[in-house]
Design a protein around this ligand. Structure first.
Ligand SMILES: [Zn+2]
Length: 276
């Protein structure tokens, strides 16, 4: 998955240290970030490589001990570098470059969207003590936006319920997914989303893994569960264009994918959905 970058180290520790020319410059536009081409893949660029002199850029995290800073888009992207969109980042390798770039874009969006206080309208300022925005007039403190959501693999013996989204750019196989609503447990979200999207009841919920999904400010929680009763699908056509039962043997193998969804489908294909 995109966050599985070992032996590389992603360190979220908050820092106010100023950037140096050898730190990474994450030059972010509205929906894209500048990366350096390296062999078949990409790397994060250093300030010096881009010909940028660090000024008062904001530290966001570090990768393998090197500080990563949000920086402005250069007027021209130099030879050997490329502006990569958020959507393209799903296919960027190695994974540590994709993960750092997607997370930087997430933080950049959040800082942009918290320019003003939601309570009193005054301009917000970055906290000097933690990764937060603070209103100097009324004291409101805001932390980076994370929306909890579930990914649900519904199984019936050797069959897995696969879906395809309606009206979204991603066209491949998916699982049931949805955001946790206010006043709801995650387990209730699992049952509600399955009922809403395909009209089925489920039992024997087992938590699998979580995933920080920077693309949509989401914290995903993956669950396996079993069909309870009749397996006739009633599709919510606003959300989905297809929903169908797929036998293990007919699932396409997928390896080295970025998403929790892909890993959960692959584990089911291999018959490992009950392994710890
Ligand atoms: Zn305020």
């Amino acid at each position: 998955m995109i966050q599985d970058i070992g032996p590389h180290r992603f360190d979220r520790t908050f820092s106010r240290a100023a950037a140096s020319p050898n730190d990474f410059a994450l030059c972010c536009g509205e929906d894209d970030v500048v990366l350096r081409r390296r062999g078949e893949g990409y790397a994060l660029p250093h300030f010096a490589e881009l010909g940028l002199a660090p000024a008062d850029e904001r530290h966001v995290f570090s990768l393998d001990g090197v500080g990563c800073y949000l920086a402005a888009m250069p007027a021209d992207v130099p030879e050997g570098f490329e502006s990569v969109s958020l959507r393209q980042l799903r296919r960027v390798r190695p994974m540590e470059t994709a993960f750092a770039a997607a997370t930087a874009l997430q933080l950049r969006r959040w800082y942009r969207d918290r320019a003003f206080c939601g309570r009193c309208g005054h301009p917000m300022e970055p906290s000097t003590a933690e990764r937060a925005m603070v209103c100097p007039r009324c004291g409101l403190t805001e932390y980076p936006k994370l929306c909890p959501a579930v990914i649900v693999a519904v199984t019936d013996g050797d069959k897995l319920l696969l879906t395809r989204y309606a009206g979204r750019p991603y066209r491949g196989d998916a699982l049931i997914a949805g955001f946790v609503e206010i006043g709801e447990t995650v387990e209730d979200t699992v049952r509600r989303e399955v009922m809403e999207e395909v009209g089925l009841r489920v039992k024997n919920l087992r938590y699998y893994k979580s995933q920080p999904w920077a693309f949509t400010d989401t914290l995903l929680m993956g669950y396996y569960c079993e069909l309870d009763g009749d397996g006739t699908i009633t599709l919510d056509t606003n959300e989905l264009r297809e929903g169908f039962w797929q036998h293990r043997a007919d699932i396409t193998p997928r390896d080295q994918d970025v998403s929790l969804t892909a890993e959960m489908i692959e584990r089911f294909r291999l018959g490992k959905e009950n392994d710890r």
